[in-house]
Design a protein around this ligand. Structure first.
Ligand SMILES: N[C@@H](CCC(=O)N[C@@H](CS)C(=O)NCC(=O)O)C(=O)O
Length: 397
């Protein structure tokens, strides 16, 4: 190698050695900060490990404890699984004053009915719609939704309860869909006895997905035809009607609360409307009414948030409400008549109308009229129900 070349290489080597020396402290510093980072990471890891080692067993203990408790509670009632809860006939009418009498001049049935209800409960509106459409007279007992003392005689704690006078006393009928199926079966053949029909709708004990014991009413969407089974074509229509009645209870009704209690102000307006149409001023003292409005509005506003989640409604709850209404209207259009039942309403028309009637005075209902084509069907239904047009189809005995 020529001497000049060697000298150049030496100077380059010396330069890079100097660089290494000069950079050493900086490299050292970054080494130091890296080691600091490592120790921070270690601390975080340690903390997480401690957290996990405490949190995990605590979590396990809580979860195991809770499921042990749920299983223990459920085991107390497992023997009841499949048991029928008999709904006894009452010897005497409960001593509760009747709030008002609905007297229909076209009533050709000899039914003697008392409806225990809240005026704006969707399930109660559904039963009233059925009775009004067929022009059946009935007494109404308005129940206080907070104290519910008017139904203290009943082991079933929800409304509607329909009390039907039978030969041996008063037969309580629980659950709106069961009440409607039973009465519709009776109207097809009025030689049947109400208390005999009740036996086709037993209340059976079962545990739900949370292992809680509840009573489910069997056949509540089924009409009893006895020996007069309908033809296959009619059967198809009956199945379609049944499908929509179930949709009303399982889907449509769950869009109501998150909509009418959407904000605190809406909840408060809704309860004030309930007070007005339910004539609470007439039936309940001021202190009771104030509790009903204020406790009700706050509670329902809070609960409606949970209901929105539970029933998977969209963030804009109105949209979920419009979607379901549109689904219903589209099915009617596809079928090709004014109603789901064709040219006269069937039980699913009565159910949808009844449910929507319960929120007629709320903003959610007005918004639905403005944003969907609900109005045409709804007004046609209103005419049918208010003129008791169903009574035309009842055969005289
Ligand atoms: N499946 C029943 C539901 C009745 C129902 O949930 N009624 C509500 C009033 S809208 C009630 O009484 N709730 C009281 C409670 O759950 O304690 C029916 O169709 O009648």
């Amino acid at each position: 190698m020529p001497i000049l070349q060697r000298l150049t290489k030496l100077s380059r080597n010396l330069y890079s050695f100097k660089n290494v020396i000069q950079n050493y402290p900086r490299r050292n510093e970054s080494f130091l900060s890296a080691s600091r980072q490592t120790s921070t990471l270690k601390t975080v890891l340690k903390a997480s490990l401690i957290g996990i080692s405490i949190g995990f067993p605590v979590g396990v203990v809580i979860t195991t404890g809770y499921s042990w408790y749920v299983n223990k509670e459920a085991s107390k009632t497992y023997h009841l699984e499949g048991k029928v809860r008999k709904i006894e006939i009452l010897q005497n009418k409960p001593p509760v004053p009747v709030s008002r009498k609905i007297v229909s001049s076209v009533d050709i049935t000899d039914l003697k009915l008392t409806l225990f209800q809240y005026q704006t409960c969707p399930f109660c509106c559904k039963v009233r719609t059925f009775l009004d459409y067929y022009g059946i007279s009935y007494d109404v007992v308005e129940v206080d939704p907070v104290l519910r003392k008017e139904i203290s005689w009943s082991s079933y704690k929800k409304v509607p309860i329909l009390l039907a006078q039978v030969k041996s006393g008063y037969q309580p009928l629980n659950d709106s869909s069961m009440i409607i199926s039973l009465l519709a079966s009776y109207l097809k053949d009025r030689s049947q006895k109400i208390d005999d029909l009740t036996k086709h709708y037993p209340s059976i004990a079962m545990h739900d997905e949370n292992k809680k014991l509840k009573y489910e009413i069997m056949n509540k969407y089924f009409l009893m035809y006895q020996d007069n089974l309908p033809s296959d074509t009619v059967m198809d229509e009956i199945m379609e009607e049944r499908k929509w009645r179930m949709w009303v209870d399982d889907v449509l009704v769950h869009t109501l609360s998150p909509n009418v209690y959407r904000t605190f102000n809406e909840a408060y307006d809704t309860f004030n409307w309930f007070c007005k149409v339910g004539k609470w001023e007439e039936y309940f003292p001021t202190w009771e009414r104030l509790i009903m409005i204020n406790v009700g509005a706050i509670a329902m506003w809070l609960i409606s948030k949970r209901l929105k989640k539970r029933h998977n409604l969209k963030d804009d709850v109105r949209q979920s409400f419009y979607d379901e209404i549109n689904k219903w209207l589209f099915a009617i259009k596809k079928r090709g008549g004014t109603f789901m039942g064709g040219e006269k309403p069937n039980l699913s028309d009565l159910a949808v109308y009844g449910i929507l009637k319960s929120i007629e005075g709320c903003n959610a209902f007005k918004d639905a009229l403005d944003n969907t084509n609900l109005g045409t069907w709804y007004n046609a239904m209103m005419k049918e129900v208010e003129t008791h047009s169903g009574s035309k189809y009842l055969a005289t005995k």
